[in-house]
Design a protein around this ligand. Structure first.
Ligand code: KPL
Length: 318
């Protein structure tokens, strides 16, 4: 089995690394700098796992290796450019980020036939500064990772990605092995024949929770308040129209219900966009509501609520 190579020192990347360490799966981490990388992880039962020392320069990867990019979408281009010379053996690349647009960036740099997987995770993790000044990653919520090959993978063959993991093992064993390695590191990793549907579902959740929590400085649970009902309905309606226009089967009522159930399940959290604003960091608004606006524009669909949210989040004082 190949090794997992985890790029960036973010909470989810560090969680995968710590879990790989705990489960005996070979891995290396490549954070941007020394101080951004957690030294250990704390699990929900209070136990801890030390992370092995990080690496700071890419290395040539083997075909059986897996390059995981748990980064913000806007960091993807430069990370891939840095790794490109080391990917000549075509190791599997896994994109794992909030929002959309990573697939377009990756296919532009790697080509359409590159072995690529798209993933989304509901595991919760937070980077915390200990009293000693060390940074550690705290596992805040057990979740699951959904993964699949994009529809456009190998456009030369016009069949969509296989429906089941065993079909994938037959047709693309390299991708199935990469999924198995990820599952061994941080289970469960669930194969999705239609990963785009899973990614758009996550997009709908982020499109409602993230801007509302950031703009109103609230925890996730408060977006269920009656004062946000009109905005929630408008975002979900616009989202559904756009998704339907691209052949993705959603209905606005179920989209809205799912958003409310995620807001409840993650009620005590401050969303990633709330945290980005609070820490003066760039937000992912372009890859979330901005993506809905861009996709709507291409189809001539008016999306005033999403457009307004993009403007308002961008206008927030950092
Ligand atoms: O993905 C999230 C985020 O904060 O970006 C949610 C699901 C809203 C959880 O906080």
């Amino acid at each position: 089995m190949g090794k997992l190579h985890i790029v960036g020192g973010g909470a989810i990347g560090s969680l995968i690394a710590a879990s790989a360490q705990k489960n005996g799966v070979p891995y290396d981490c490549y954070p941007r700098d020394r101080k951004s990388m957690p030294s250990w992880a704390q699990w929900q039962d209070g136990q801890t796992t030390m992370l092995k020392p990080a690496k700071f320069a890419p290395v040539a990867l083997a075909e059986t290796d897996v390059l995981i990019l748990p980064l913000k979408v806007y960091q993807l281009n430069s990370a891939l450019l840095q790794w490109l010379p080391y990917l000549t053996q075509q190791p599997t690349v896994v994109l794992l980020h909030n929002g959309m647009g990573g697939l377009e960036t990756a296919t532009e740099l790697l080509g359409y036939d590159y072995p690529l997987l798209l993933a989304t995770t509901s595991h919760g993790a937070l980077k915390v500064k200990a009293s000693t000044g060390d940074v550690y990653v705290q596992y805040t919520g057990v979740g699951a990772t959904q993964i699949g090959a994009p529809q456009i993978y190998a456009p030369s063959c016009d069949s969509p990605p296989p429906d089941t993991l065993s079909d994938l093992s037959q047709k693309k064993p390299q991708l199935a092995n990469a999924i198995a390695a990820l599952h061994d590191a941080l289970p469960p990793v669930q194969y999705q024949g239609n990963i785009l549907k899973a990614l758009w579902t996550k997009l709908s959740v982020n499109a409602v929770i993230n801007p509302l929590t950031a703009l109103h400085n609230i925890q996730n649970k408060y977006i269920a308040d009656a004062q946000f009902e009109q905005s929630r309905n408008a975002i979900c309606d616009e989202f559904t129209q756009v998704a339907n226009a691209y052949g993705l089967d959603f209905d606005a009522k179920s989209v809205h219900e799912n958003v409310l159930s995620v807001a409840k399940a993650t009620g005590e959290n401050f969303s990633s966009m709330h945290q980005d604003v609070a820490h003066g960091r760039q937000t992912e608004i372009d890859a979330i509501n901005g993506y809905i606006v861009d996709m709507a524009t291409k189809k001539g669909i008016p999306v005033p609520e999403n457009t307004l949210l993009v403007e308002r989040v961008k206008a927030l004082k950092l």
